[in-house]
Write a protein that binds this ligand. Sequence first.
Ligand code: FAD
Length: 323
Amino acid sequence: MSNDVAVVVEQLEGTLAEVSFEMLAKGRELATASGGRLVAVLAGHEVRPLAAELGAADAVAVIEHEALAHYTPEASERAVAEALRALEPRVALVASTSMGLDQAGGLSVALGWPLCAYCTDVRLDEGRLVAVSRIYGGKLVAEAQVDGDRAICAMLPGVAAAAAGRVSGSPALQEIAAPALDSLRVRFRRLIQPESGDVDITRESILVSVGRGIQSQDNIPVVEALAQALGGALSASRPIVDQGWLPKTRQVGKSGMSVKPKLYVAVGISGAPEHIEGMRGAELIVAINTDPNAPIFGVAHFGVVSDLFDVLPLLTEKVKSRA
Ligand SMILES: Cc1cc2nc3c(=O)[nH]c(=O)nc-3n(C[C@H](O)[C@H](O)[C@H](O)COP(=O)(O)OP(=O)(O)OC[C@H]3O[C@@H](n4cnc5c(N)ncnc54)[C@H](O)[C@@H]3O)c2cc1C
């Protein structure tokens, strides 16, 4: 067993996922505590050049195979398991994303290492691994001490700063021979890209989000006007999207996007756990709601208990007059 910390890096069609840099930042903290190396595990086909973007790691364990040219959970899981078996790290971090969760359970079974899912924090406490998980859509926070020498932790996106893990460099390459990747039961057919053309709310620094308190699609421009005055974008809670009032690309939350803007204004949104899961990482949260007991006020830094139709036009005018 080593004291190394492994980070399973996500790449799709040769592009590294933003969340992998977050995992590297978190991995560095753990590696400092464990006294081991930080090793990025990179599986794919002709992906070695990506190692130059993984300078936050001390080494990159590269596992290459034609069958890994396009992502399939089965091939990727087998390859990553092979790399982790060779590395024997103290802890392996995967991102709690659709790709990471695809594989985390299978890796745990293949390696016989326990899996801690939905982690918001992982730390070493006098050599023991402690994982903090946000479960049941954020209703419960569980802190667990992990028995055994090794573990896999699936970290929620947004719990570490990607900037700290985005370092160019030339980490040592450690080649890992791919396992047999024939007789795969899952075959790649084609990649269907999400519809483009709309704003990417995950990249916006200011979001004004509209909820069911808006009452009708015809009222949405009231909220959009504030978003425009602030130079931000309009996002929404799920019911707004389910009604077809805004496209799915604007939905914040568990079954939508996770966002981390500098400013998040929640307008007429109650703050259900499924919504909060997607926006609690915002730097500054302002909530406007008529109900003083609305759960959104539990995460908001500033709250306005008032009718949105009274507040928003005034706020928009105020912002415009200062522009
Ligand atoms: C598996 C699953 C996944 C889900 N995924 C998501 C998700 O990704 N994103 C998401 O948002 N939800 C999601 N949900 C739904 C979630 O549980 C809530 O139903 C939803 O977030 C509620 O949306 P809301 O706050 O807009 O509406 P409501 O809960 O109806 O809240 C409306 C709020 O508006 C306030 N209000 C009313 N009138 C005014 C006014 N004039 N001025 C000011 N305030 C007013 C009310 O006081 C109330 O607090 C999911 C649910 C499940 C089960």
